[in-house]
Design a protein around this ligand. Structure first.
Ligand SMILES: Cc1cc2nc3c(=O)[nH]c(=O)nc-3n(C[C@H](O)[C@H](O)[C@H](O)COP(=O)(O)O)c2cc1C
Length: 362
């Protein structure tokens, strides 16, 4: 069980229609860079530790075209790293779309621009809609993660100042006397998103973070313990994060009504398109209902009053989860409300560390 503090991040709206596959109360221009920058600065001011984007190349159709308009995450991260001062900013990269030598240089550049505040989230790819659009074949689920393992292994060796020039031959890459200068000042944090056995096996060997999907708070202890025990096989430690979607109102009934409205207006076509591809060969979404997926795109909806949402976050912390990447309906409005309503409760519970927060005299 983890007794370090629960770290706070924002799963940022660099894509349209975050966080729900629904047409209810969509904030139309939330994905714009200017909005993302204001959210980033607010998160930093509140003492959050991470900003974290979604990488998408095409939406999921239906009335919402869920995530259909999106900002590319390396360029997005570059701007946000320069706009902020302390918070860590990840980019999210589809492994088959970037050569690791190219990614090593992009990452080193972002690290140098930011005093080593950049981190990398690797995703192996699963959307036939986007890979098919580019004529890039999608490998079988297990093989995707084998490739991602090779990709991260190459990055780590190129970034390691003690490693010799890299010679690597695999089914995916052929690298001769590989070097990439400059290197980051320190090894960037590397996360993998996915909690299937295939994902965990790769994460255990090569990554620092496992970004997980769990259908309920009760499901989390088993997921966390599987991630920890797989990592222990390699004498490594891997930290865990999930992405909750808090909806809080003055009463639980009001919050439940809002969730019901999101589900009432769910985009069934986009949800089906999304689930067909992401669920294939995974197993990670078997216990999600279609409504749960539509409500928060695979995240965990936390519904109730501010007190109840704080208690649910405390339960997530007690389950051993190290960090939460929060999604919000209206990010600017709700992140500010989170700072006003819920953060003080978490601070009183002593489960978060927001020492970096900027306090304003009132
Ligand atoms: C927090 C989180 C963020 C993710 N971000 C992306 C993303 O930006 N782009 C993407 O294509 N997939 C993303 N995914 C999907 C994962 O890459 C993966 O397909 C999914 O978690 C299922 O993996 P699994 O079958 O190995 O459990 C994300 C998943 C999680 C949990």
């Amino acid at each position: 069980m983890s007794q370090s503090k629960l770290e706070l991040g924002v799963f940022m709206p660099n894509c349209s229609n975050m966080p729900s596959i629904s047409t209810h109360a969509v904030v139309a221009d939330q994905w714009h860079y200017a909005t993302n920058e204001r959210i980033a600065l607010l998160a930093e001011q509140l003492g959050f530790q991470y900003l974290f984007p979604v990488s998408r190349w095409r939406g999921f159709g239906g009335e919402s075209n869920f995530l259909g308009t999106s900002l590319e995450t390396n360029t997005w991260a570059a701007a946000l790293l320069r706009a902020t001062q302390r918070i860590q900013v990840f980019s999210t990269v589809h492994v088959p779309l970037f050569h690791p030598v190219v990614m090593a240089k992009i990452g080193a550049t972002l690290a140098h621009m930011s005093g080593d505040r950049w981190g990398l989230n690797v995703v192996s790819g699963w959307s036939e809609r986007e890979f098919g659009m580019m004529g890039i074949p999608l490998a079988e689920h297990g093989r995707r993660y084998e490739r991602t393992g090779a990709f991260v292994d190459i990055l780590r060796k190129l970034w390691d100042p003690t490693a010799p020039p890299l010679n690597h031959q695999s089914d995916w890459y052929s690298i001769t006397e590989g070097v990439s200068l400059p290197r980051p000042g320190r090894m960037p944090q590397i996360a993998n998103a996915g909690v299937s056995a295939d994902a965990r096996a790769m994460t255990a060997r090569y990554c620092d973070w496992c970004f997980m999907t769990g259908a309920s708070i009760d499901a989390l202890p088993a997921l966390v313990s599987a991630v920890h025990s797989d990592a222990a096989v390699h004498q490594r430690q891997v930290r865990t994060a999930i992405f909750p979607f808090p909806i809080w109102r003055a009463s639980t009934a009001e919050a439940e009504d809002e969730l019901a409205r999101i589900i009432e207006h769910k985009d069934s076509e986009a949800t089906a398109n999304w689930l067909r591809d992401i669920g294939a060969g995974s197993g990670s979404f078997d216990t999600f209902t279609e409504n749960m997926l539509a409500a928060s795109g695979g995240g965990l909806s936390l519904v109730g009053t501010a007190e109840s949402v704080a208690e649910q976050l405390q339960a997530i912390h007690s389950a051993g989860v190290d960090a939460v990447m929060l999604t919000f309906q209206d990010y600017e409005r709700d992140l500010q409300r989170f700072g006003d309503d819920i953060l003080p409760l978490l601070q009183r519970m002593q489960i978060v560390d927001t020492q970096g927060a900027q306090h304003h005299a009132s």
